[in-house]
Design a protein around this ligand. Structure first.
Ligand SMILES: Nc1ncnc2c1ncn2[C@@H]1O[C@H](COP(=O)(O)OP(=O)(O)OP(=O)(O)O)[C@@H](O)[C@H]1O
Ligand code: SF4
Ligand SMILES: [Mg+2]
Length: 318
């Protein structure tokens, strides 16, 4: 079957006063029908840029090459109007920090109705019924539809966003850091809810996070991103049980066990490379304990999906 989302060789640069920022580098990523896929990497590695490239937002000073296909259609070939329709109706987006994305001064009911109205022609009664169903699905009492967003907790607002993104039964939902800024217990509730709602509606889900431990719970497959490049991909089991890239291995060992309160992310020592520089060898070199000569001279082979890891070690070891 045709993948819902198929990204091939996606490269994104931004020109700025300081020079050119190389943000995404030859990224290959696929989401199959009904699949839950995780995109994981530390802050600044390019995760949101990937999401925004799919949705065609944040286009200022952007130079993009490669291909993005959604349900077989090349997104770069669509005109504005079609792109707008796609965005609201076929691809649901839960943007980063989205629990603050609801307009605080507009009642929930109105925000839901307006979202529907922007895309489909439907009698108001049906719009209301649909909204009520979605609220129930995310365990928010539909009777509270007349409340304002500020009358809900952060976790509840995040659930409202999930409901809102799923209102029109999109084929794909992109959730960018859906649980950051929530406490550990609520985080787990929210990601389980995301999973259950996606499964219930047979929606594909691309979930973006810096937190491998929390997000991996719900994923079928995972992509690990480092400095704008996919460095490893595999099923959840492959990534969690036998990570092969030194970065993935560090990510897995760098966090206290789940549910330790407060959750502290013990980062990986060293800093990610500058987006302004072009590196001849492996971008993880400076932080890698297993680097050897070749790593400085030559870029490791690209992670294409069929090749699971982008690291010289794996290709030496076989
Ligand atoms: N319009 C732009 N102009 C210049 N640089 C940009 C632009 N948009 C993003 N970047 C840069 O691209 C890099 C990746 O940013 P991005 O927001 O994609 O990271 P991220 O992985 O989502 O990080 P976080 O986990 O903190 O959300 C950053 O260095 C950022 O400064
Ligand atoms: S290619 Fe070399 S430097 Fe890069 S992750 Fe592999 S061993 Fe480390
Ligand atoms: Mg981001």
């Amino acid at each position: 079957m045709m993948p819902v989302l198929d990204i091939e060789g996606l490269t994104v640069d931004f020109t700025a006063r300081m020079g050119t920022h190389h943000v995404l580098k030859n990224v290959n990523l696929r989401v199959e029908r009904g699949e839950i896929v995780g995109l994981i990497g530390e802050s600044g590695c390019g995760k949101s840029t990937l999401a925004m490239s799919v949705l065609d937002i944040n286009t200022r000073n952007r130079h993009m090459s490669g291909q993005i296909r959604f349900m077989g259609e090349d997104l770069q070939k669509l005109n504005r109007e079609k792109m707008r329709e796609l965005r609201g109706r076929h691809i649901g987006f839960i943007p980063q920090a989205s629990m603050n994305a609801l307009n605080p001064l507009v009642r929930v009911k109105k925000q839901f109705i307006e979202t529907i109205r922007a895309h489909v022609d439907m009698p108001e009664k049906e719009m209301l019924a649909l909204s009520r169903d979605m609220l129930s699905l995310v365990s928010i009492d539909p009777e509270r539809m007349n409340a304002f967003p500020y009358e809900f907790s952060g976790g509840q607002r995040q659930r409202l966003m999930i409901a809102l993104s799923m209102l029109l039964s999109p084929e794909l939902i992109i959730a960018d850091e859906p649980t950051t800024a929530l406490d550990a217990m609520i985080q787990l509730q929210i990601i389980d809810l995301l999973k259950n709602t996606a499964r219930e509606k047979n929606t594909s889900l691309l979930v973006i996070s810096h937190d491998l431990h929390t997000i991996s719970r719900i994923c079928d497959r995972i992509y690990i991103m480092y400095a704008g490049r996919i460095v490893e991909t595999g099923t959840k089991e492959e990534i969690l049980r036998s990570p092969r890239h030194p970065y993935t291995q560090k990510l897995l060992s760098s966090r206290l066990p789940l549910m330790v309160e407060p959750v502290r992310v013990k980062g990986i020592p060293g800093r990610p490379p500058s987006t302004l520089k072009v590196y001849q060898g492996c971008e993880f070199l400076e932080r890698c304990e297993r680097s050897f000569e070749l790593c400085r001279e030559k870029k490791p082979p690209e992670c294409t999906g069929r090749a699971r890891v982008s690291c010289h070690l794996c290709h030496v070891e076989g």
